[in-house]
Design a protein around this ligand. Sequence first.
Ligand SMILES: Cc1ncc(COP(=O)(O)O)c(C=O)c1O
Length: 375
Amino acid sequence: MGSSERFIRTKLEDRRTAGIYRTLKTETGLVDFCSNDYLGFARSALLKSKIDEELKGETSALNGATGSRLLSGNSVYIQNLEKKIAGIHNCAAGLIFNSGYDANLGLFSSLPQRGDTIITDELIHASIIDGARLSYANRFIFKHNDLNSLEEKLKHAKGNIYVAIESVYSMDGDTPPIVDILDLTEKYNANLIVDEAHAVGLYKFGLIDEVLKDRVVARIVTFGKALGGHGAIILGSNLLIDYLVNFARSFIYTTALPFHQLAAIKMAYELLNSSSDEIAALKNNIHLFKQKINQGAIYKLIASDSAIQCLILNSNDKAKEVAAYLQSCGLDVRPILSPTVPLGSERIRICLHAFNTENEIILLTDTLNKLTNAG
Ligand SMILES: Cc1ncc(COP(=O)(O)O)c(C=O)c1O
């Protein structure tokens, strides 16, 4: 056995022993309480037919982008789409990336420089952590949604300061006090960056509205969640976008999205604009879940008004056990284990959707409530 094979075997064995070995699973056929398809766009026949129509209207479009945006992969279509999406979000400009991961990697690795400081909420998404790691800036972490902790870090920050938050946290589903955070960052002349990945959909075009838009340096919107597709856009000033085109390596050194995905993004935005029924259905389902679920003896429900509802179970084994039980009852709920979440906050993460029926939600809450009563 070569040294690299030995290393791989040991690492995998360690994971197995710790009970956190990851494997890929295919569709389960169970009731979906785990996908990010909050409004049902990924499975929408209407969206599919809109995309088909758009594709038919662009007969000269190629199957693939053929190159990076700075070489052969650019088009009038993508540039118009960027302008259109920026306009929808009341922003001066936007730049499409191949995924939210790429967008955060490109932004956080290129904008903060050596001597600058990146301050992130302790629950910030891995893509922002990875982007910050690739930059030469210092990185501070503040306690989740804790203004005192943020201020403590701001006091010690040097150079240009960038504070990163999510408007709906992917792992807890809660929303930070955005206005208070903005007031604080402005007091210290820091720049706020907001990842809107899980806010778009439930809050239509996100939580950074007309009033707040000029106070944030950049926003990240992903297309793979409520919009049902793939890709992401960074929204900001024309100057920021020009900077990213020149310095964001995850934008520069990769083949651009293919035309059919751009068409899917464009049509998903059209659909979102007229999706008040789906948004209302999602809100109803969130309300129903919260009304029916008991605060459990064996878990703690994290306060959240979003489609992401989490029950903290404190150990990987317990989280896996509860998820397996829910799956055996026909409900596709997944455990989120450490190290993805901090040790002691292992959980089951329930994603609610516009398309979940009342019966499905009641089956879920009844099953969880029974489990709690059984201790
Ligand atoms: C908050 C947040 N930002 C960024 C991403 C990455 O987006 P994408 O899946 O498009 O790479 C995710 C996805 O998990 C996310 O939850």
